[in-house]
Design a protein around this ligand. Structure first.
Ligand SMILES: [Zn+2]
Length: 129
């Protein structure tokens, strides 16, 4: 065999040793291993970007929360900051409960509205404007 085979990365276009590529199984012939068409460093960059995007997505959830001491229901996309704001505004945040997590604010507003109709305090007018 001698020299190691080289291969072009389809992503960065560089010619690299086959060992720089991840191996994956052939889709029909399971005993055949093929080098990926993206080199390991490109794959890693891609994975990191994907993970970051996923993390940012997770931040966008809307929580419907309850302050039992205040009989208060509200919505926030940042629980920690919201609780800090409540505390500085003189509310009791001890024992706060996260009722549900929503991907869309409209759904969170609906749940919040129902709870307000049931007699809970707190109305985030800024979300309605
Ligand atoms: Zn590459």
């Amino acid at each position: 065999m001698g020299e190691e085979e080289k291969r072009h990365c389809k992503k960065c276009g560089e010619e690299k040793m086959v060992s720089e590529f991840e191996m994956y199984r052939h889709h029909s012939k399971k005993d055949i291993w093929m080098p990926s068409n993206r080199c390991k460093s490109c794959k890693m960059k891609h994975n990191n970007a994907w993970r970051k995007a996923k993390r940012n997505k997770e931040k966008k959830y809307y929580w419907v929360y309850c302050l039992p001491e205040e009989h208060y229901v509200g919505i926030t996309s940042n629980v920690k900051d919201r609780m800090a704001t409540h505390r500085s505004g003189g509310r009791i945040t001890e024992g706060y409960e996260l009722i549900t997590k929503c991907r869309h604010p409209a759904r969170a507003l609906m749940i919040e509205a129902i709870l307000h109709l049931k007699g809970y305090h707190g109305c985030n007018y800024k979300y309605y404007s």
